[in-house]
Unconditional design. Structure first.
Length: 322
């Protein structure tokens, strides 16, 4: 990795001089925020992108400018990660098409939602952010080309909580939206680590990504005063730890690490790791939830295997077809 990028790099800067004609990508959650910017940057450099979206009609409108400015192509496919039936339908359509992907970016997610359950009875954040992607990516794994890459979006919020394999769906404990979000993002990092271990014999490498904080529509469940309170809490916690203030990134900047991991970075250097600001993040086990780096539990190999087994058990209990 000769070119150095950082927290302020944009997706276009990461891809400067890169020709992606003939390359094919799948991005979940491609109709807004980080996912749309990731798709825009890739198609602007000639890539063919399939964007998986929950609402095709809204997504067609939201991504019109992406298609108009593209030298590559963008097509959309319907996917609701909170429904295993929708996941199965989407996966089967992709499998029937049969074309391979050079990289898959599992970008879609929800954050700090009120308590709710998916169509299959899972806690909404765990079910959407982790289990939906787990089901989809295992089903379409044959479509990921040899020497391909999987990028799974995690979050600094993984520092809030490890996964709870005994009660992943908050059936025996009080629900906390931030704990649930943190657990779901720890799960996405563990999933990437185990996917990497299981598929590296094909040259495929997987990594999880902390994109950075930005004002996308992800915190749509938070009131403005709640969002302001969160920013103040983050600032105070970082100051008490002697850390510099957290800076919000622009949308082109929060897409940079996903694009870097999917295209530019040495795949064997990033495989199995957690990335932030276009570098492999260091292990940082301080209890401060707003510190930089990755908690070691989010990359623990044994926990990753246990989560994989638990995820198979949960999905298998709902449908034998996944």
């Amino acid at each position: 990795m000769t070119e150095k990028f950082g927290a302020k790099s944009t997706a276009d800067e990461v891809l400067a001089g890169v020709d992606l004609k003939g390359k094919r990508f799948l991005i979940t959650g491609a109709s807004s925020g980080i996912g749309r910017e990731t798709a825009r940057a890739l198609v602007a450099h000639g890539a063919s992108v399939v964007g998986a979206v929950r609402d095709l009609v809204k997504a067609e409108r939201a991504t019109a400018s992406v298609r108009d400015a593209a030298s590559g192509s963008l097509e959309l496919i319907e996917l609701d990660l909170a429904s295993l039936q929708s996941v199965r339908t989407c996966a089967d359509r992709l499998l029937a098409d049969g074309r391979r992907f050079d990289s898959i970016i599992a970008n879609a997610g929800v954050m700090a939602t009120p308590f709710a359950r998916t169509a299959d009875g899972f806690e909404l954040q765990f079910g959407t952010n982790h289990l939906g992607h787990f089901a989809l990516l295992n089903r379409i794994a044959p479509l990921l080309a040899d020497n391909g890459r999987l990028v799974v979006l995690s979050s600094q919020a993984h520092r809030v909580a490890d996964v709870d394999l005994d009660d992943p769906n908050f059936e025996r404990q009080a629900y906390d939206p931030w704990v649930a979000y943190g657990r779901s993002k720890t799960a996405t990092s563990l999933f990437a680590a185990e996917f990497d271990r299981r598929h590296r014999h094909r040259g495929i490498r997987a990594a999880s990504v902390m994109p950075g904080n930005s004002l996308t529509d992800l915190p749509r469940h938070l009131r403005q005063e709640d969002l302001q309170s969160l920013f103040e809490t983050v600032g105070k916690a970082r100051a008490e730890a002697g850390l510099p203030p957290a800076e919000l990134k622009d949308i082109p900047q929060v897409a940079a690490t996903s694009v870097w991991a999917a295209v530019v970075a040495d795949k064997d250097e990033i495989g199995g790791h957690y990335l932030e600001d276009c570098v492999v993040a260091p292990i940082n086990d301080t209890h401060n939830p707003f510190a930089d780096g990755v908690r070691s539990y989010a990359l623990d190999a044994d926990k990753a295997k246990q989560l994989w087994a638990k995820s198979e058990e949960l999905i298998g209990a709902n449908t034998a077809a996944i």
